[in-house]
Every structure is written in C-alpha cells, then in structure tokens.
Design a protein around this ligand. Sequence first.
Ligand code: FE2
Length: 159
Amino acid sequence: MDSRVNSWSPSIEFGIPEIDDQHRELFQLAATFRGHGDEIRVMKALAILCDYAKVHLRDEEELMARIGYPDIEAHRQAHSDFRRMLRHLLQDARSLTLDQVADRVEALINGWFYNHIVRVDKLYIPMVIAYKAYQARPREIRPLGRAKPILPATDQTPE
Ligand SMILES: [Fe+2]
C-alpha cells in the first residue's frame, strides 16, 4: 500500500456529483480529527466517519451493479478490505491516544482511500459517464412504417 497521504482537491473529482460529494465529505470528516477534541467527541466523529464510509461504499457498489461494471468483484474486494480496516480502527480506538487515532484516520482516508479513488475508482468512472450519456440521450422519433391496408387490395374496380 502506498503510504503517502494526500489532501482532497478538485483534481480527484470525476464530474459525477453523487460520487464526488461523498468523497469530499469523507475527507472533510477526516480533517476534523487533528489537534483538538476530547475522547467522547473523537469516538463520535469516528463512528460518523465509519458509517458514512460504509454508506459511500454501498452506494458505489450499487452504481457499479446498475451499470454492469465487469470488474465489480475486484472492486468489492477492495471495499471489503477498507471496511475491515475501519472496523479494526473502531476496535482499537479506545486504547489509542487522540493523536494516534488522528494518525490512523489520516492513513486510512488521506492514504489508502485517496489512492483507491485515483487508481481503482477511476477505472469504473468511464462506464458511469457512458451510462449516464446513454440514459440522457434524446429519444429518436421513429418514422412510422407505411400503414398496411386493412382490407386486401383488389384489382377489381367497381363498375
Ligand atoms: Fe471505490
């Protein structure tokens, strides 16, 4: 895993608001851990962060299923890894100092999650864009075929 940490920036937006907004919100939540707060506030913030992350992962998985993304299983596996790391952080948090919790949150969101966005999420985004474009396409108006006569044609003309 790449251990570099990165801040959210517009450069990691995909132009898909429902995904970009959730990504940005997770970074905003993660940014509240550093330098202030008491244990109760930090534990609450951690629970909110983990819940929000789970909702985001579920929404992404639903979106990938809806568009028929072929690599969904590998992506789901990456999400499962992330859920497991979040669970471990929640379990460990009570025995950590607040600075250690902030370090772990930073490693998860600004490290792991950032890399996931720029390397793994980006792989399914072109399909979302294509799917949305297809959904938004103007419905063509098909010309009506020549109407079939109700009665069989006859070459006998009335006298
Ligand atoms: Fe993802």
